[in-house]
Design a protein around this ligand. Sequence first.
Ligand code: LLP
Length: 421
Amino acid sequence: MAESIHLDLFPEGTQLLDDDIVVGGVSLRSIAETYGTPVFVYDETALRDRAREAARNFDDGTAFASKSFLCGAMAKLAHEEGLCIDVATAGELDIVLRAGVPASRIILHGNNKSEVELARAIEAGVRRIVVDSFDEIERLASMVPADGDVACMIRVTPGIEAHTHEFVKTGQEDTKFGFSLTSGDAQRAIDALRAIRGVNFVGLHTHIGSQIYDFAAFGETVRVLAPLVAANGVRELCVGGGLGVAYVAGEPTITITEWAKAVRDAVREAGMDIDLLTTEPGRSIVARAGMTIYSVGTRKVAAGRNYLAVDGGMSDNPRPVLYGSGYEAVMVNRPLAERDGTFRIVGKHCETGDFLIDAAALPESIESGDLIVTPVTGAYGYSMASNYNRVPRPPVVFVSNGTARLVLRRETLDDLVRLEV
Ligand code: LLP
């Protein structure tokens, strides 16, 4: 049974052999041998399938939320599959532009965009700037040429409580993001934006949070926004990202297609008359496509608990520490072996909170030198990775059709001193 449970967490087509796991036709053991560990592995076919699913189910302008996982290869892939790219900083913007994605396919976000970021976006000619504050409206008014055509959306806070972790909720009133609907700020922002020559107000944006399973929250958001949409003759609505994914066995898996149907139904039920319904999925595109392979180092028992230390930790996956997120581990070199032991999987960092999995089921016989893989690490893992304890960040390998290609090399000790002057 263990086999079927875990396969749900891996990209489609993953095979568990007696002594290896094959993803995208490539052996994970061979990846560990070639590129070392820890290493992030993404099934490129799964990435492309999910990106295409999003592009197909929502309207043009639907964007990949690059904060979930960004490098040149990923930006290019999302663009090739028909998605725009959402960026939230000059850094993300730069990577996407360097990848060759035209500015007309880029959407700029951010609750505190600097003048430099706004200037860069205006000069490049991004598709949309999603405006987040009255200060930003003032900045834009002083920057946009009167004969410009800078397409802007207003980010609205709908006052919806999504059922998700406190740190990734964004739709509630008490938030740093967007303009409140109920206070009238959203309407005032639309009016102020419309008064700026050179700015083209094109629509409304909202994002209620991340890792959300509850379709009712999306439906409610659409419902409360409907009067603002109607009152302003808005033709374009973006409902952000946020679709939840399964991290451990037994959690529900909701497809992008099902999410799209729920949002479209809500738009219809709210009687909303718009031309473009778009979203910005991040996690639902990259999470399950990605995984991390680690080597097991030290094993010990403390206070009756089994500890297994791997060669990465909170520097490559800070999500367990930040949000208490659960993960599973599977032994790469014996995936079908009975998982008769329970281990706390910890990293190599100098703090007690550095754990990846509190109680992982693994074979009791696991030992130093074995390989484990944690599935569903494709979102907000590499993108939030750090150099804590001066640990170089892992490489990223894309696999597809039996071929592996390195898209980000491992950081080196030389990289770590590059900034010293
Ligand atoms: N659009 C906007 C404006 C966002 O702020 C986000 C995520 C997304 C789209 C994409 O949401 P997704 O489809 O990935 O849920 N670091 C946290 C997640 C933070 C989400 C930030 N914003 C985590 O690891 O769970």
